[in-house]
Design a protein around this ligand. Structure first.
Ligand SMILES: Nc1ncnc2c1ncn2[C@@H]1O[C@H](COP(=O)(O)OP(=O)(O)OP(=O)(O)O)[C@@H](O)[C@H]1O
Length: 257
């Protein structure tokens, strides 16, 4: 697998003087094409900040980020983003939400309609094409957000705690949905969470961040074969990994206290 995202010695500070916060310090990391990487860590360790910098939504204080060998310089059409909050336009139907970016990119009507109907099928929302987001459950609204991102055919999908606002059952359903979706096309995904089980279920590699300032504490390969299911999380290898990650996060919290 070739490298698709290169993060070299990245530091990010916010504010000046006494209010200066170093969100990330000297972070380096390489993400391979087709890899599913999860950023895991306690609140405030800079996971979202790093994701936003990869997306070109936030500037770097020092260091470089490359996508496909090119330095990130603003929004890149090869990068799609899904956030925790439901980001669909409430005044547009599901299909118009999905078509929104395609229309902005002046995609012709026939291609647009074809793409939207294919994506609606992929996210199992064909029956809800004419519904408005407020008529859908939280999980369905997040599927609309994912569909909107997928419509632009990004090479990289950045997901910032996309299931963080969902109830436990819907969250598991969405994790399974994302695993299925990803088995169809091996897009590069960078996914932020503070949920250990979510990280283990989804990731090829887990990057554990430590806080104040945010640094890479450890990078863990998840060697558990695909297809993964929620039932597998009771397996001994999952249990062992869960213990290791818990220990790592708790020891960081203790030393920060
Ligand atoms: N726009 C901003 N202005 C000032 N400080 C900020 C800004 N954005 C983030 N920070 C600070 O940078 C640090 C890292 O924040 P960030 O949101 O990236 O962490 P996180 O690991 O994603 O946390 P969470 O899981 O709670 O979202 C925090 O101390 C936060 O207060």
């Amino acid at each position: 697998m070739s490298d698709i995202i290169g993060i070299h010695r990245v530091t990010k500070t916010f504010g000046d003087g006494k209010s200066r916060v170093t969100a990330l310090e000297d972070v380096s990391l390489t993400i391979r094409d087709g890899e599913f990487v999860v950023f895991l860590g306690p609140s405030g360790c800079g996971k979202s900040t790093l994701l936003r910098m990869i997306a070109g939504l936030s500037t770097l204080s020092a260091g470089n980020i490359f996508i496909d060998g090119r330095p990130v310089d603003g929004r890149d059409p090869s990068v799609g983003m899904v956030f925790q909050s439901y980001t669909s336009f409430p005044w547009l139907t599901v299909e118009d939400n999905i078509a929104f970016g395609l229309n902005l990119a002046r995609t012709d009507r026939h291609t647009c309609r074809e793409k939207v109907s294919r994506i609606l099928e992929r996210v199992s929302l064909t029956k809800f094409a004419a519904s408005y987001p407020s008529q859908l459950s939280g999980g369905m609204q997040q599927r609309v957000a994912i569909a909107r991102a997928l419509a632009m055919e990004p090479k990289i999908l950045l997901m910032d705690e996309p299931f963080g606002a969902l109830d436990a059952l819907t969250r598991v359903e969405m994790q399974t949905f994302l695993l299925d979706l990803r088995s169809q096309d091996r897009k590069t995904v960078v996914f932020v969470t503070h949920d250990i089980d979510e990280a283990m279920l989804l990731a090829d590699r887990i990057v554990v961040f430590s806080p104040h300032p945010g640094r890479v504490a450890e990078i863990i390969e998840v060697d558990i074969p695909h297809p993964r299911t929620i039932e597998q999380t009771e397996r001994p290898d999952f249990t062992q990994l869960r213990h290791r990650l818990r220990h790592l996060l708790f020891s960081m919290a203790k030393s920060a206290a």
